[in-house]
Design a protein around this ligand. Structure first.
Ligand code: NAD
Ligand code: 2VS
Length: 487
């Protein structure tokens, strides 16, 4: 029988009777793997009420030390159930097991540990001031939880991105109502089991499933009892959520889209650069916000680089995620596949040279119903081609030669997004110069997606609002109050 995923409210999974169900299909072969109960307004109301009540319960009486210990226990339980999380996330996304075991699931556990440690160690500021009577005054800041946080998640790295928000939200003493992507509900449900097992008080972690507009997502973001909203997803959705948050002047933290530039200089360690750009463009079938869909290569090595990248792309192994030989998975959904294939067609219409890929692979019969597309490289497009300007969120990149540092900085900055960049060069001074000039939140030099969770993470321009990571997360997840004591 097909499994039914229901909301998790006040420590309990909700009954499926009477619920409006929708199908969750495997991206690998199109089979229905679960049915999801769409939470209506009344259920979201209950989740928010449970979260508000929990703000005043045992959770609020815990010391920082106790809360941090509880988050470590959550991380340990995730690690104990590692295989279950890997299986759930593989089923939802179809991505190869090595990506789950090496990147996405370990990061889920790490996201709880890091913020448990941050809240235990972060100092608050204090200012001693002079007063006319000569006795002075002392100011000091205290941090309080913001309240009930609405957590709206995307499908591309569901567990990593959800826990990246939950870690700091809970460490700071908030409670949450999470709305996972309709495409990827499984790990959020599994985390409900983990929370119950380790004794996180009821109502602290609530999950409601459903769609975005006119559905569960909107019910969460428009709810007057939600105090702040953290969202990762498309820039267009961020705009809608910001409008909703304006009502009641609720705070937002946004991680949004990107059209990130990869930049390779002729003096780069060639093999490392090819490998780095290969990962940045094709990891997770290109469905990474930090991915590089436009790659600029210094002219003397352009052809050599193109050929080396092509060879790597043509060596990917399509297959089921459980098969350890697979290195490449499907896109998340047929809808997303149609979008990506639409861009593949537009690239050709706009005059691209297709270096490799560009279409749908011929899959064996049992995988024909999946959302497969070929990893694709283009050259020859103008800088205004839609494929070069718009976020596709697929396994593809356009390669363009450049001749000077100034030229490539201007090209990299000529976009409405500003999330990240990856620069490959052995010239240290140039690397630092470039990092200062490129308008993004995160610059990697001779690396990509190398994450130290203490560092500020977020986007410039239309790629986001705010920074999360380490102490930066506290800015959003706490309310800082000042206390002034006249001495
Ligand atoms: N900057 C980052 O760190 C980062 C990380 C990952 C993904 N992303 C971006 O996310 C996008 C892919 O994810 P996606 O397709 O799931 O994004 P999406 O914006 O379509 O959906 C994200 C979530 O928002 C919900 N939603 C949609 N409309 C809503 C509304 N009006 N009100 C409330 N909720 C609503 C959806 O149901 C889903 O849970 C890409 O643009 C990618 O660049 C950014
Ligand atoms: O697909 C986007 C990946 C985002 C990564 C993070 O948010 C992170 O590493 O914290």
């Amino acid at each position: 029988m097909t499994r039914i995923i229901t909301s998790f409210i006040d420590g309990e999974f909700q009954p499926a009777e009477g619920a409006r169900l929708f199908d969750k299909r495997s991206p690998v072969d199109g089979r229905v793997i679960a049915r999801i109960a769409e939470a209506p307004q009344a259920e979201v109301d209950r989740a928010v009420r449970a979260a508000r009540a929990a703000l005043r319960g045992d959770w609020s009486r815990m010391t920082v030390e106790q809360r941090a210990a509880m988050l470590h226990a959550v991380a340990d339980e995730i690690t104990r159930r590692f295989d279950d999380f890997v299986a759930a996330e593989m089923a939802d996304t179809g991505q190869p097991s090595h990506v789950m075991t090496h990147v996405f699931i370990p990061r889920g556990a790490a996201n709880f540990k890091i913020f448990a440690d941050v809240v235990k160690n972060v100092p608050t500021e204090s200012f001693r001031m002079d007063t006319p009577d000569g006795r002075g005054a002392l100011n000091y800041a205290i941090r309080k939880p913001k309240g009930v946080i609405g957590v709206i998640c995307p499908w591309n790295a569901p567990f990593l991105l959800m826990t990246w928000k939950l870690g700091p939200a809970l460490a700071c003493g908030n409670t949450v109502v999470v709305k996972p992507s309709e495409e990827t509900p499984l790990t959020a449900a599994l985390l409900g089991e983990v929370m119950a097992k380790v004794g996180v008080p009821k109502g602290v972690y609530n999950v409601v499933n459903g769609f975005g507009p006119k559905s569960t997502g909107e019910f969460v973001t428009t709810h007057p009892q939600i105090d702040a909203i953290t969202f990762t997803g498309e820039t267009r959705t961020g705009t809608a959520i910001m409008k909703a948050a304006a009502e009641g002047l609720r705070d937002v933290s946004f991680e949004l889209g990107g059209k990130n530039a990869g930049i390779v200089f002729a003096d780069a360690d060639f093999d490392a650069a090819v490998d780095g750009i290969f990962r940045s463009a094709f990891l997770n079938t290109g469905q990474v916000c930090l991915g590089t869909e436009r790659v600029y290569v210094e002219r003397p090595i352009f052809e050599r680089f193109r050929d080396a990248l092509k060879a790597k792309v043509e060596a990917v192994k399509y297959g089921r995620p459980e098969d350890h030989a697979s290195t490449y998975g499907p896109l998340i959904s047929q809808e997303h596949r149609d979008k990506v294939l639409g861009y593949y067609q537009r690239a050709v219409d706009e005059g691209a040279t297709v270096v490799t890929g560009g279409g749908v692979p011929d899959m064996p019969a049992d995988l024909k119903g999946g959302c497969w597309v070929q990893p694709t490289i283009w050259t020859g497009l103008g800088d205004d081609a839609s494929v070069v300007r718009e976020e596709i969120f697929g396994p593809c990149c356009h390669l363009r030669p450049f001749d000077s540092e100034d030229e490539v900085v201007a090209l990299a900055n000529d976009n409405v997004y500003g999330l990240s960049t990856t620069i490959w060069t052995q010239h240290l001074a140039r690397a630092h110069r470039m990092a200062e000039r490129i308008e993004v939140g995160i610059t990697w030099i001779n690396a990509w997606f190398l994450r130290d969770l203490r560092t500020p993470f977020g986007g410039s321009k239309q790629s986001g609002i705010g920074r999360e990571g380490g102490v930066h997360s506290l800015e959003f997840y706490t309310e800082t109050r000042n206390v002034c004591v006249k001495l």
